[in-house]
Design a protein around this ligand. Structure first.
Ligand SMILES: NC(=O)c1ccc[n+]([C@@H]2O[C@H](COP(=O)([O-])OP(=O)(O)OC[C@H]3O[C@@H](n4cnc5c(N)ncnc54)[C@H](OP(=O)(O)O)[C@@H]3O)[C@@H](O)[C@H]2O)c1
Length: 346
């Protein structure tokens, strides 16, 4: 992997000694006391934090395993009752190693829960028409309940027209504009919710984090993560703000949040000082940073400085092992939902 991809330092924590207790905690959080003014309640909550300074780790790997077990049981119940086996078709165009790995992992995950997986591997120089032909075949194939086009597509292809060709009833990625439109509208329900944001919300539910009435901040506004995550939080009655690359003073906004979902792609951007004590942090970012101790020469970290966040937040997802495993679990769940809907199986 090119070294330009790496953030130079994997550490985001700097320690220093001060005479004041609160200043010492602020330093731990990466805050420069002279640059900020804190209310007495903030200081009190920082002091409380020092009494119990270790957040709960939100174990996405364990939750994803639990969900896969539930899906396995449902797939077999459906097969026994109807003879139908849910099927997922994945279209991979080109020979990107990372995409091939994702597709392989999805295939393995399908096998592990009893979902059939079909795969179309097309060469990099395929035409858009060839990809559309595969989509059309899978659209008409009753054994296929979900279709996934692995992104990114080669640059000569129009991603929009290819994704739009997937029948909305089989859009298990949830990226079709009709699904996103329904997600955004009150009183409407999408057929599928995009997998990564759905996984974030599922983690909140499974850890009994209440969302209703809470202040939530989503960092990032991409079509596949940030934007649908904000819509989902809003549907759950959170008061939602979105921080993006043009936001001034993002840390002032994130410091008000009871829940932060970060989907940026910048290692360790969210420091301890950005986090309100007791907040719940869902870190979607997956970023490679140099690691001389690893045989690969790098390790993966999130957008959030984990070692600082764990001291301030009440619960944090690790990277890896947080949101990542949930994404595939949600894809399997969407495929099962699709098959059940088509065959009217409750
Ligand atoms: N765990 C999983 O399964 C999973 C799934 C998908 C993605 N990811 C990871 O999640 C991260 C985000 O993915 P993505 O596809 O959403 O990325 P993306 O399309 O590049 O979007 C990044 C978003 O971050 C915003 N941003 C960039 N710099 C910022 C800054 N300094 N401050 C605040 N916001 C900033 C951008 O703002 P603008 O809109 O203003 O440009 C954009 O909205 C990546 O690390 C990716 O690898 C993980």
């Amino acid at each position: 992997m090119a070294s330009s991809l790496f953030f130079t330092h994997s550490h985001c924590y700097s320690s220093s000694s001060t005479s004041s207790f609160v200043f010492r905690i602020h330093r731990q959080l990466g805050v420069t006391p002279t640059s900020l003014r804190f209310s007495s309640s903030y200081v009190a909550s920082v002091a409380a934090m020092a009494m119990d300074s270790s957040a709960k780790v939100i174990d996405g790997k364990a939750v994803a395993k639990q969900i896969r077990d539930e899906i396995t049981a449902e797939v077999s119940r459906m097969r026994e009752a109807t003879g139908v086996i849910p099927g997922l078709a994945v279209i991979l165009v080109g020979d990107r190693k990372d995409s091939a790995t994702y597709v392989r992992n999805k295939k393995k995950a399908c096998e592990s829960v009893g979902i059939n997986s079909l795969e179309a591997n097309l060469p990099e120089d395929s035409t858009e028409e060839e990809v559309l032909n595969y989509i059309s075949g899978y659209n008409d194939d009753p054994s296929v309940h979900g279709i996934l086009v692995q992104l990114p597509l080669p640059s000569h292809m129009n991603e929009q027209s290819i994704l739009n060709a997937v029948r909305i009833e089989k859009d298990v990625d949830g990226f079709h504009p009709l699904n996103i439109g329904r997600l955004a509208m009150r009183g409407r329900d999408p057929l599928f919710v995009p997998c990564t944001p759905k996984g974030c919300i599922e983690l909140l539910h499974r850890y009994n984090v209440s969302v209703k009435g809470k202040r939530a901040v989503v960092i990032g506004r991409s079509n596949i993560v940030g934007m649908p995550a904000a819509l989902l939080l809003q549907r759950e009655d959170a008061t939602v703000s979105i921080v993006h690359s043009r936001t001034s003073n993002p840390e002032e906004i994130t410091r008000q949040a009871d829940i932060i979902i970060s989907a940026v792609g910048k290692p360790n951007m969210v420091r301890g000082s950005w986090i309100k004590p007791g907040a719940v942090i869902i870190d979607v970012g997956i970023n490679p940073v140099e690691d001389p101790n690893s045989s690969r020469g790098y390790k993966l970290v999130g957008d959030v400085c984990y070692e600082e966040a764990i001291k301030v937040a009440s619960a944090v997802t690790p990277v890896p092992g947080g949101v990542g495993p949930m994404t595939i679990a949600m894809l399997l769940q969407n495929t099962l939902i699709s098959a059940k809907r088509v065959h009217n199986f409750e």
